[in-house]
Design a binder for this molecule. Structure first.
Ligand code: PLP
Length: 353
């Protein structure tokens, strides 16, 4: 693993996690068989699932009303599973980007969907603030970090309406009062594990209120009743997520992650603000610590810049196909050294230009 990995997702995981995962492919928990070929009902894997669920509660300091599930279908399945389980009549959504828009689209299949505010008019370069939330909404859905545009929410509306949050790209990256939320979800593959599972932490007290009949697999209660093992869970993805959660805990938890993530992002934004060859469209107060989007001010430098960062061992710097430019994803496992390398390349380019 010699590259500086800036991919937005699936993203970089901690070095020791790759090592432990390799070992488990060979021999899981001393059972003499691979993690890829072990019963999910074995005591050894049941312990992994329990550990993963417990670590989530511990790292986010969740109160006892929360149930933690590892489901399938990605964050995209949650776009529909959430309204299916939580919407009685009306739901509110904050439109901060492509993922939020996709969630809004699914919500409309289930009932009245109010978009409380949108930053679409300015290419999602900021987080709307000061919007009213309808008091009779069953929940307000927000995207805490907008992976594609590079914006992040630092303030949350004061409302009695339960907050539902897509934290796919900033889960476990910073400290928040997670008990303010009614439901938190995150596809594993950005900052928690490999692709193949989605984390859902949901308040039991919000369930069973829609009057709707929910098909078994899409009903959160099914998975809660069976400890997230109603059907075969994505064994390997849950295992690797558990390893990553252990790593986060050993490193000092979300506070420690936040400290280093602040340092990494500050270093890169400082260079973007200083270096005249680069710019970023995102409003200062909404800049993401996880996904930093930027571009060259002079298009003609693109071939040279691309050659230089590739030569420096950097991979995954291309912006999302809908936005273009560049995006550096600074997930928990990305070392500060990788950001320093990118900044050095930017400074080299400036010297040459
Ligand atoms: C990647 C991403 C998704 C989609 O996740 P899938 O697991 O591919 O469905 C949803 N929301 C956000 C914020 C994301 O970054």
């Amino acid at each position: 693993m010699k590259k500086h990995n800036f991919f937005a997702g699936p993203g970089i995981l901690p070095g020791p996690v790759y090592e432990q995962a390799k070992q488990a492919i060979d021999d899981f928990a001393g059972m003499g068989v691979s993690i890829l070929s072990v019963s999910h009902r074995s005591a050894e894997f049941s312990a992994v699932m329990e550990k993963a669920r417990t670590l989530v509660k511990e790292l986010m300091n969740l109160d006892d009303d929360f149930e933690v599930l590892f489901l399938q279908g990605g964050a995209s399945m949650q776009f529909l599973q959430i309204p299916y389980n939580l919407m009685h009549k009306k739901a509110a959504y904050l439109d901060t980007g492509a993922w939020a828009s996709k969630a809004i689209k699914e919500s409309r299949y289930f009932g009245e969907t109010v978009v409380v505010a949108s930053s679409a008019n300015e290419q999602y370069s900021y987080i709307p603030k000061g919007y009213p939330v309808p008091e009779d909404a069953d929940y307000l859905h927000v995207t805490t970090n907008n992976t594609i545009y590079g914006t992040q929410m630092f303030d949350f509306p004061e409302t009695e309406v339960p907050l539902v949050a897509d934290m796919s790209s900033d889960i476990f990256s910073r400290k928040l009062d997670f008990n303010r939320f009614g439901l938190i979800y995150a596809g594993a593959q950005k900052n928690m594990g490999p692709a193949g599972t989605v984390l859902v932490a949901v308040r039991k007290s919000l369930l069973g209120k829609t009057g709707r009949r929910i098909p078994t697999m899409l009903d959160y209660e099914t998975h809660i009743a069976k400890g997230s093992m109603f059907n075969t869970p994505p064994v390997f993805a849950v295992y690797v997520s558990m390893l990553t959660l252990e790593w986060v805990k050993a490193k000092g938890g979300v506070e420690a992650m936040e400290k280093i993530n602040r340092e990494k992002s500050r270093l890169l934004y400082k260079e973007l603000d200083r270096n005249p060859l680069f710019n970023t469209k995102v409003r200062k107060e909404d800049r993401s610590m996880m996904n930093v989007t930027f571009d060259l001010t002079d298009e003609s430098l693109r071939p040279e810049f691309d050659r230089m960062w590739k030569e420096a061992g950097i991979i995954g710097l291309k912006g999302h196909r809908s936005v273009g430019g560049y995006r550096a994803s600074l997930y928990n496992a990305l070392p500060l050294e990788s950001v320093k390398t990118l900044v050095e390349v930017m400074q080299e380019l400036e010297k040459k230009a």
